[in-house]
Ligand binder design. Structure first.
Ligand SMILES: [Zn+2]
Ligand SMILES: [Zn+2]
Length: 217
């Protein structure tokens, strides 16, 4: 988990935002897994780490994910390498064996039964990007940039407040309300470009909260 956290912060520093999302999901999965072992949880502040990681999620422009249902035709146990359904594998999914978690490794998928678009799937790695979202990469990930510009320690909790402001467009030449419009249509300004002088601008205010210490003393 610590390794993955370091790799995540490294990806952020390199501004590789798309790959950082997958790494963030690895961190969340691992923190949840670690959190399921109570003895460790008492020593590590896992719930705080998880809270912090979900704050990081809100920095990304992702809100819709694909969740799929499929039939696995071939899989093996991560501990013994044998099929988890066979009697020779005695391992239980999610349990710890000599410091390693038993997971089902999928080798082959027979059929996909369904793909659904959801906002809170268990696995958020399959991100749906809307085709009419023609903002540039820089604009899409500007919240992360904003956060990084604050130069906060990475293990610092924070909150984001979204503010929608009405801003005046700067591409319209203002003339008198009843004068012919400046765009040259010949229509009165108030009935032409004067109708939508403002646009909605989204501004995010990131407020640092307390620093997360991972280990309780
Ligand atoms: Zn096994
Ligand atoms: Zn006009």
């Amino acid at each position: 988990m610590f390794c993955n956290l370091c790799m995540y912060f490294e990806l952020l520093k390199e501004k590789r935002y798309k790959s950082s999302w997958d790494k963030l999901q690895d961190c969340i999965d691992l923190a949840k897994m670690v959190g399921s072992y109570i003895e460790i949880e008492n020593r590590l502040e896992i719930s705080k780490v998880l809270h912090l990681l979900s704050s990081y999620e809100t920095l990304y422009p992702y809100s819709v994910f694909a969740s799929s249902e499929y039939i696995i035709s071939k899989s093996h146990c991560s501990i013994c390498g044998q099929s988890m359904l066979s009697l020779s594998c005695q391992h239980i999914k999610g349990k710890l064996y000599w410091g390693e978690v038993a997971v089902e490794m999928i080798d082959e998928i027979k059929t996909f039964q369904a793909v659904a678009l959801v906002s809170h799937p268990e696995d958020k790695r399959c991100v749906i990007e809307l085709s009419d979202d023609n903002r540039t990469e820089v604009k899409k990930f500007k919240r992360i940039d904003q956060f990084l510009e604050l130069n906060q320690p990475f293990l610092q909790d924070f909150s984001i407040k979204k503010i929608i402001e009405n801003r005046m467009r700067d591409d319209i030449k203002i003339v008198g309300r009843n004068d012919p419009c400046s765009c040259g249509t010949g229509v009165k300004f108030k009935k032409c470009c004067g109708k939508d002088l403002y646009y909605k601008h989204e501004r995010n205010i990131i407020t640092p909260l307390q620093t997360v210490s991972m280990i309780k003393l």
